[in-house]
Design a protein around this ligand. Structure first.
Ligand code: ADP
Ligand code: MG
Length: 353
């Protein structure tokens, strides 16, 4: 069973600590995605799991072994990088079997493993081609194949799709999901792209500034972000934020508009109200008055950028075909049970009653 446990893991480069005690439990067979903005420490953590980077504090456990002092080749992991650097003078089959050849695996066994992986990845007809005659997506599949033939307990991926165009990325997301289902292995995947995280993960770890901000299933994180950072990072278009005050269990926006929610009496002072664009609804009796700035139809949805009465920009997404124009004034309501409240000072989530 190749579960991975990350316990109070720290990383410092000289005096500069970039990971500040991260705890993550990755069950056997889970597809776990580390997501966060550039520089938050995702690659560093993945490279520590891979054994490519020393661990400054805490423990990393793969299976039931603490691997802190175990060298990378002995960790039973395979890593796929963004820059997958295939050998240009080797064929697809030779590229895929290269590490097995180095490990002196018998040729017949290499052939079988390469053929099986190629079949799974739809590369069978390309086995004798060289990489420069492949599309970006096919090269990415060869890089996956190189990892698959090694049959590792844990697959590690560092932004493997970022060099592909949007359409190919979408296709590879689906392929990676089904590859994961077929192999049943533990996979840890790093990306800065929250859509990748939402669509592929069993478990998402949202990271920022060297901390794991929240860990949970994609929709759990979407529905109940634990702080302002997670709320603003997960979801596209991003959540709208309005300033508000809480007093005596009631909440009102800074322009005085009361909200149809209640909080515990002890919650007082400045809070931030989060409303996802799809939970703002056009409604002539709604309490929010908005001036339309831009209208963008995507076909399936219409995205409306607008400004509130006190000058706060908001986005509204609707699946209705609406005919509104820039400059118009709209009234919008909201789904009260879908509001998110955060303490303005600590930025932590506040529960409504
Ligand atoms: P991410 O993958 O989330 O974009 P990284 O893990 O690459 O972020 O980097 C996290 C932080 O660690 C960044 O501030 C980066 O500058 C720093 N860092 C990464 N590698 C090194 C290194 N070899 N030496 C010094 N600082 C590093
Ligand atoms: Mg990185």
């Amino acid at each position: 069973m190749a579960q991975v446990k990350i316990e109070q893991v720290r990383k410092a480069y000289g005096d500069n600590e970039v990971l500040h005690g991260v705890d993550i439990d990755i069950p056997h067979g889970s597809f776990t995605i580390l997501v966060g903005p550039s520089g938050c420490g995702k690659s560093t953590l993945l490279r520590m799991i891979a054994g490519l980077e020393a661990i400054s504090g805490g423990e990393i456990i793969i299976g039931d072994k603490v691997v802190n002092d175990i060298s990378s080749p002995e960790r039973d992991i395979a890593m796929v990088f963004q820059n997958y650097a295939l050998y240009p003078h080797l064929t697809v089959a030779q590229n895929m079997g290269f590490s097995l050849k180095v490990a002196k695996v018998p040729k017949a066994e290499i052939d079988t493993k390469v053929k099986d992986a190629a079949k799974m990845l739809g590369l069978t007809e390309y086995l004798s081609r060289r990489p420069q005659k492949l599309s970006g997506g096919q090269r990415q599949r060869v890089a996956m194949g190189r990892a698959i033939v090694r049959d590792p307990s844990v697959f590690l991926f560092d932004e493997p799709l970022s060099n592909l165009d949007a359409k190919m990325r979408g296709q590879m997301r689906t392929e990676l999901r089904s590859m994961h289902r077929r192999l049943g292995s533990t996979m840890i995947y790093v990306t800065h792209d929250q859509i990748e995280a939402m669509t592929m993960a069993d478990q998402i770890v949202v990271m920022n500034d060297g901390y794991a901000q929240q860990i949970g299933a994609p929709l759990e994180i979407y529905d109940r972000p634990q702080n302002l950072f997670v709320a603003s990072f997960i979801g596209a278009p991003a959540m709208n934020f309005l300033k508000a005050k809480a007093e005596g269990g009631q909440v009102h926006l800074t322009d005085g508009t009361p909200l149809q929610i209640k909080v515990e009496d002890h919650v007082t002072g400045d809070i931030v109200v989060g409303i996802r664009p799809e939970h703002l609804v056009l409604n002539s009796t709604g309490s929010l008055k908005l001036i339309v700035d831009e209208v963008e139809p995507t076909g399936s949805e219409t995205h409306i950028s607008a400004t509130t009465s006190i000058g706060i920009p908001v986005k509204l997404v609707t699946t209705d075909r609406v005919t509104v124009e820039a400059g118009e004034t709209l009234a919008a309501g909201y789904e009260a049970d879908k509001l998110h409240l955060f303490d303005a000072e600590t930025t932590n989530r506040i529960e409504t009653l």
